[in-house]
Design a protein around this ligand. Structure first.
Ligand code: ADP
Ligand code: MG
Length: 706
């Protein structure tokens, strides 16, 4: 449910309770409130159509284009018949015109539909063409009786609604009646402008009232587009303004000064570095040293593909903090990842005898108490953990640096929480292996400076990726056998979306049995790890693979990140069609870590949806994480991809940061300019805007920051 942002004052007609609107009343009013969050006239004003029914665009049934997204036809309805019983019940009807006929079908609400349809009457039908038994049909069409009242000209708005509202007679299209009633009460002059006139003029945007009217009732395609453009502009501008203000705060925010490079850093660099740093790693370290020495707070995003060597950079930055008398922490989004980080940090620092603590939700009792004490009195200089590290109860003596790995699962608000750990906020280094497309970065991380590790450690070979169907399974297994015969190791990964999903768990077990048939015991050693094992067992099994005792690791995605076995050259992904692009890319990054040629095999069912086939094609065609991230964003949309749906940061009513990237770019520039000129938004012409931003930030995670 979208929260609307109210900008009218309580005296305005816009503040009127929704039940005062003609056609609403107490019962519908209550439903509008609970179902859609619409409680005032103003809320309804911002409940925009998601589509339009353009009455002028009619296809003849005989030449509808089955490839088209939606089609609209006018015809006569006949043969309305119910079929089947219970759950299988469905309703069929035929629509015909002078050129042909087509089946309409309803799987739900058949009885209710049957009552409302009239045979031999003319209807306008709108829907998506499907194919069933070689015949075109339209499942669940929108259908409207043509009578003398029907407005055949112009565009009809179609609104989001809910089942409960529909049952009360407020359907997607009858919503328009409420909006029409609204515009009888509300004059355009009642709807306030929030953008400054200079911006309206410069970017040639229609005024707000006009745009809102047009978006509900466009009188032409041109006006509809202009209205949508203006309203998207306003949405994106608001988010960019918030980001610009946070950025400004960073630049004036006092920060801890790390002005010396001391023994810890130098010692590590000279004595304990297990390899030569790549130029990219050196460059990033220089950037970090520069940032942290300025006396301003560092807010830096470190992007680097899987395997590019971010961990060592984090560790060295943490040593730098120690050299300056501060504590540092490294946070991961999951328990397993935190564990792995803890181990790799521990290994790197082993010989230097620096105490490192690990704090996650699973650390309890006496152990937890000890750690909390050590963090509070400063006897523990470095900590690794999950978001348990930033809970209220955790006090650091003097936290100087927080490194956050795999940031996209940390909300902007959580990042902000870190700042409150000290009087002067710690430096923040955010690391991600998912390269972030530019448009998304502008929205999600617009407030951060960016470093990129664009170079892999030497000696890595490009991984060969192939897509194979189930019918090729035996050849795939033979291939793995041949690799194992050369002394190499292989991962076989099964999808496990939720550790609790029984089906996935069973298919993993079935897979394990099958693998044992291909790779019989006695001749081969197979290890298995999954999230249901207790940590000790999982660890033992994992170690067998790491040490090379097991040639094959059967696993779920718990190995997705962090695991490092250079001798492993094959990554076989089972049911690869069930993984997202970024996940596949992460998995692929588990191989190709040694000097040998490595392979990623994506095994899928024989029949794939178009989208899955597309994903496999992308994986085969590139190993560039940026390209993959861009494609993933385009295919899936930002919400799913970055787990940001709940965070509210990417929640726009109309704008789409992929499709509307041109607007995004404009608003970013406009926002930066405005904040430069009037950082506190104190000028009179910016008051409406400021008020609207405040209302908006009250309702989202941004509030903690802005
Ligand atoms: P990621 O960026 O995915 O977190 P890691 O930090 O886990 O990557 O590094 C991947 C592997 O590369 C590790 O085994 C690490 O020890 C190794 N590595 C990192 N930097 C270098 C380097 N400069 N030279 C050789 N190996 C390196
Ligand atoms: Mg890593």
């Amino acid at each position: 449910m979208h929260q609307t942002r109210r900008i009218s004052n309580s005296l305005s007609i816009l503040a009127s309770p929704i039940e005062y609107l003609k056609g609403v009343g107490p019962q519908r009013g209550e439903l509008l409130r609970t179902e859609l969050g619409i409680s005032t006239f103003e809320d309804l004003l911002y409940h925009y159509p998601y589509r339009y029914f353009d009455r002028t665009q009619l296809s003849k049934i005989g030449n509808i284009d089955p490839g088209a997204d939606y089609v609209q036809m006018m015809g006569t309805l006949v043969n309305v018949v119910e079929e089947g019983q219970g759950a299988k019940q469905r309703l069929h009807a035929t629509l015909y015109d002078e050129t042909g006929r087509i089946e309409l079908v309803w799987f739900k609400g058949a009885q209710w539909m049957k009552k409302s349809l009239k045979e031999n009457e003319r209807y306008i039908v709108f829907g998506k063409v499907g194919l069933f038994n070689g015949q075109y049909n339209i499942p669940h069409p929108e259908i409207e009786l043509l009578n003398s009242e029907t407005n055949i000209a112009g565009m009809q708005p179609v609104y989001p609604t809910t089942e409960k509202l529909r049952a009360r007679g407020i359907s997607n299209r009858s919503f328009a009646k409420l909006t029409a009633a609204l515009f009888e009460k509300v004059k355009l002059s009642d709807i306030p402008e929030i953008l400054p006139h200079s911006i309206l003029a410069h970017y040639k945007l229609p005024n707000r009232a006009q745009a809102i009217k047009w978006v509900h009732f466009p009188d032409s395609e041109e006006h509809k587009q202009a209205a949508l453009h203006r309203l998207k502009w306003e949405e994106l501008f608001a988010s960019q303004l918030l980001i610009a203000r946070i950025r400004l705060q960073h630049t004036i925010q006092r920060g801890l000064r790390f002005d010396k490079v001391g023994d810890h850093f130098n010692n590590f660099f000279k004595e304990h570095l297990p390899f030569h740093l790549t130029n990219a790693q050196k460059r990033v370290l220089k950037e970090i040293r520069h940032d942290t020495a300025t006396g301003k707070q560092m807010n830096r995003l470190l992007q680097g593909d899987v395997g590019s060597g971010k961990t060592i950079v984090a560790v060295m930055a943490m040593l730098l903090a120690m050299d300056n008398g501060y504590q540092a922490c490294l946070m991961a989004p999951t328990e397993i990842l935190a564990q792995q980080h803890y181990e790799s940090v521990g290994k790197l620092l082993q010989e230097m005898q620096i105490p490192v603590a690990m704090l996650t939700g699973n650390v309890k009792g006496k152990e937890r108490k000890e750690i909390l004490k050590g963090l509070a009195n400063g006897s523990i200089p470095l900590a690794v953990g999950t978001h348990a590290l930033i809970e209220e109860t955790v006090q650091f003596k003097n936290l100087g640096l927080a490194v956050i790995d795999e940031q996209h699962r940390f909300g902007v608000g959580q990042r902000a929480r870190l700042w409150s750990k000290n009087e002067v906020p710690p430096h923040v280094l955010v690391m991600t292996a998912t390269p972030i497309p530019r448009t998304l970065a502008m929205t999600l991380y617009g407030d951060l400076d960016v470093s990129v590790i664009d170079e892999l450690p030497p000696g890595r070979q490009e991984i060969k990726t192939v897509h194979r169907h189930e019918s090729h399974r035996s050849r795939v297994m033979e291939f793995i056998k041949a690799e194992v015969a050369k002394g190499r190791q292989a991962y076989i990964v099964y999808p496990l979306i939720e550790e609790s999903e029984k089906m996935d768990y069973e298919s993993l077990m079935a897979g394990y049995e099958q693998v044992k048939i291909w790779f019989p015991e006695g001749k081969y050693n197979i290890a298995m790890v999954h999230g249901r094992q207790d940590a000790a067992l999982r660890e033992r099994n994992m170690q067998r693979f790491v040490k090379g005792e097991a040639q094959i690791l059967v696993a779920t995605t718990v190995i997705e990140v962090g695991v490092n076995v250079p001798n492993a050259t094959v990554m076989l992904v089972e049911s690869a069609e069930r993984f997202g692009l970024s996940q596949l890319h992460q998995l692929r990054g588990r191989v190709g870590r040694g000097g040998e040629q490595s392979y990623c095999i994506l095994l899928t069912g024989n029949r794939l949806s178009q989208e899955s086939a597309q994903r496999m094609k992308i994986m085969v065609s590139t190993t560039n994480g940026f390209t993959i991230a861009e494609q993933d964003l385009a295919m899936r949309g930002p919400g799913d991809l970055y787990g940001t749906r709940q965070s509210g940061v990417l929640k726009f009513k109309l704008a789409d940061i992929v499709k509307d990237s041109a607007i995004l770019e404009q608003t970013r520039n406009a926002a930066m300019q405005l904040i430069n000129e009037d950082p506190g938004l104190i000028r009179p012409e910016h008051q409406a805007l400021k008020h609207s931003l405040l209302e908006q930030s009250k309702q989202s995670n941004w509030s903690k920051i802005s």
